[in-house]
Write a protein that binds this ligand. Structure first.
Ligand code: ADP
Ligand code: MG
Length: 316
């Protein structure tokens, strides 16, 4: 298969045409309709083999992840994703690998109504860049910078599962933890609902404490009190690793791709009902405070120093 056949047979999905795509794959550029009154949101993430994933892992999970990490950023902005572009650098034209990669990518794209409208394909060490564009009502943009002292801090699901899966042999074969690592589910539907309710939001890619730290800084050097026993953990990570390690990975591990957001007390009930409507677990884990810095209360003695955040675990 040469480059042009590859694009035509694998990435040019005529059957998935979206109404907002006027010109898609196959011309020199994509031409897209924009909804009057909306603002554009554009995000990009690159995945490098050996750093963000391993070439040996299932190719469909790499396709899934390449799109998922971008959709997670779109979710954290409160936007509706519309289109994606895909830059593929591949060592060879391995048709089987590419088909599996595309299957993971398009399955997730379909769930969220995203059209692949273009890209680039080159030969070289395996790396994948995806750009996703979305739209948002200007009044519903979620920012990192809106947290207020007294806000409750929420997360949209359990934390530390991906980091647990990478931490030991036993955890790496647990189904729930594997799923968390290889097939993270971006919280797009939730992000779209939060614009009206949340004061601030971020998606968790580098670990809760590190990412929440960005919110605190952007919101004017606020602080946070986290209740250790409210931090939601995976059952499997507690049973396989012990509680303290599971908590450390939830606070300092990365690759969760959950949303962390802050909202006033009066939004609490509505947030819980949105959670149950979307079938999402939602946890209040603490509060924003006036004092700078993040404080974890009530944890087991000797919690490791985890405030420095996550380094992608494959990068030795
Ligand atoms: P050009 O030389 O004009 O940049 P290319 O030959 O790189 O065009 O690409 C031809 C068409 O295929 C373009 O529409 C481009 O967006 C699309 N394309 C190339 N690679 C990919 C890919 N990996 N996924 C989706 N579309 C792609
Ligand atoms: Mg051209």
């Amino acid at each position: 298969m040469d480059e042009f056949e590859l694009i035509d047979q694998i990435f040019h999905r005529r059957e998935d045409q979206k109404s907002w795509v006027s010109v898609g794959v196959g011309d020199d550029g994509a031409v897209l309709d924009v909804t009057p009154g909306k603002q554009s949101v554009v995000v990009m993430d690159t995945l490098v083999s050996g750093v963000h994933f391993l070439h040996a892992q299932p190719a469909d999970s790499i396709g899934h992840r390449a799109l998922a990490v971008n959709l997670s950023d779109i979710a954290a902005m409160g936007a509706t994703p519309r289109w994606a572009t895909l830059s593929l650098t591949i060592p060879d034209f391995d048709g089987e690998w590419l088909r599996a990669f595309a299957e993971g990518f398009f399955k997730l794209a379909q769930i969220h109504g995203v059209a692949l409208v273009g890209g680039d394909t080159t030969a070289g060490p395996l790396a994948i860049s995806v750009t996703v564009g979305g739209e948002v009502d200007p009044a519903a943009v979620l920012r990192r910078s809106g947290a207020k002292s007294g806000d409750r801090i929420f997360v949209s699901g359990r934390l530390g599962g991906a980091a647990a899966a990478l931490s030991c042999e036993e955890a790496s074969t647990d189904r729930a933890l594997q799923q968390a690592l290889w097939y993270p589910e971006p919280r797009v539907d939730l992000g779209m609902e939060l614009g009206r309710l949340a004061h601030s939001a971020i998606d968790l890619s580098d670990g809760l404490l590190a990412d929440l730290g960005h919110v605190l800084k952007a919101s004017g050097d606020l602080g946070a009190d986290i209740e250790a026993d409210q931090v939601p953990l995976f059952d499997a990570s507690v049973s396989l690793l012990e509680y303290r390690r599971a908590l450390e990975l939830a606070l300092g591990g990365g690759d969760d791709y959950e949303l962390c957001f802050t909202a006033p007390d009066k939004a609490h009930q509505e947030l819980l009902s949105i959670g149950s409507r979307l079938g999402l677990e939602m946890f209040c884990i603490g509060r924003i405070t006036r004092e700078g810095g993040c404080c974890v209360r009530g944890g087991p003695p000797g919690l490791a120093d985890i405030t420095s955040g996550y380094r992608h675990l494959w990068r030795k």
